[in-house]
Design a binder for this molecule. Structure first.
Ligand SMILES: [Zn+2]
Length: 287
């Protein structure tokens, strides 16, 4: 009887912890979306660079459509895979011996940021990964919505990589999901078309818009740099930091005017891009 009561109270406790974790994640997500809206307004008032209105509008619509589509497809898959793997294997990883608390969360965050730095670097250097990642770089504008612009397969391929992270580091799936949401906030920030006092000083610690703008240069010698997401120390440590103002944003041979073209771009060779795009429907023409 006592055993039954114990197991019931531990189930209730687990449910309460899960509720608290869900609430925490929802709060951070809400903060990220508010930050997104605030950055959109700041970009409008004081942009770092003025893009032609047509390019800016196209970029915003295509990127937000990609975000809605990708989230619709991947949210459940991403969360359920992480939970499944964490349940089975999170007790064997490097940090699994530590108590669940701020110290473990901060270490997990640092490890996660390094893991994503490595993934991002690999996405630029392996042709198969670049095929999907170049979609992110195809934006001719650089604005906060560029942080939404990812090919669904780019995000899909990240799932097993993140599961591997859970196994090696030994963290709870909730922690990974919370870290991901916090990283989203920084992704919005470093894609913002803004500049501010002391940006250079801040860039010694975290990835700022000026560092990430270089990462969106049309030149390969410039966009193969500044792979960090939150901490800029990884680029300094591994010699991939580059500070310059790119002359042109986007990729020369890659163009997409809408979400459908964006999706198909990954499956065609750059040599034939222009020819093939001509036969993919462009949707309603905007003036
Ligand atoms: Zn990149």
């Amino acid at each position: 009887m006592n055993n039954q009561a114990d197991s019931l109270s531990s189930t209730v406790e687990t449910l309460q912890t899960n509720d608290a974790n869900f609430l925490f994640n929802e709060i951070i997500f809400g903060v990220a979306i508010l930050a997104f809206m605030a950055l959109v307004i700041i970009e409008k008032i004081k942009p770092f660079r003025r893009f032609p209105q047509k390019i800016g509008k196209e970029s915003f619509i295509t990127n937000t459509t990609a975000f809605i589509f990708n989230n619709f497809i991947l949210t459940v898959l991403r969360a359920s895979s992480l939970f499944f793997v964490a349940q089975q294997f999170s007790s064997i990883g490097i940090l699994s011996g530590l108590d669940n608390g701020p110290f473990k969360w901060i270490l997990s965050f640092i490890f996660f940021d390094l893991a994503i730095y490595v993934w991002h670097l690999a996405s630029h250097h392996f042709e198969f990964l670049w095929r999907f990642h170049k979609i992110h770089h195809s934006d001719k504008s650089f604005n906060v919505s560029t942080g939404f612009r990812f090919h669904v397969f780019d995000l899909f391929l990240e799932i097993p990589y993140k599961c591997l992270f859970v196994i090696i580091i030994g963290v709870d799936a909730y922690v990974v999901l919370a870290i991901e949401t916090i990283e989203l906030l920084f992704i919005f920030f470093h894609h913002a078309n803004i500049t501010f006092d002391k940006e250079e000083l801040l860039s010694r610690y975290i990835i700022t818009p000026s560092l990430h703008r270089t990462h969106h240069s049309a030149l390969r010698s410039e966009h193969d740099s500044n792979y960090g997401i939150v901490l800029s120390g990884w680029d300094q440590l591994f010699g991939t930091r580059l500070e310059c103002v790119p002359e042109k944003i986007g990729l020369d041979v890659i163009e997409a005017e809408n979400f459908l073209q964006l999706f198909f771009l990954a499956f065609i060779t750059e040599r034939h891009v222009r020819k093939i795009l001509a036969i993919i429907p462009k949707g309603k023409k905007r003036v």
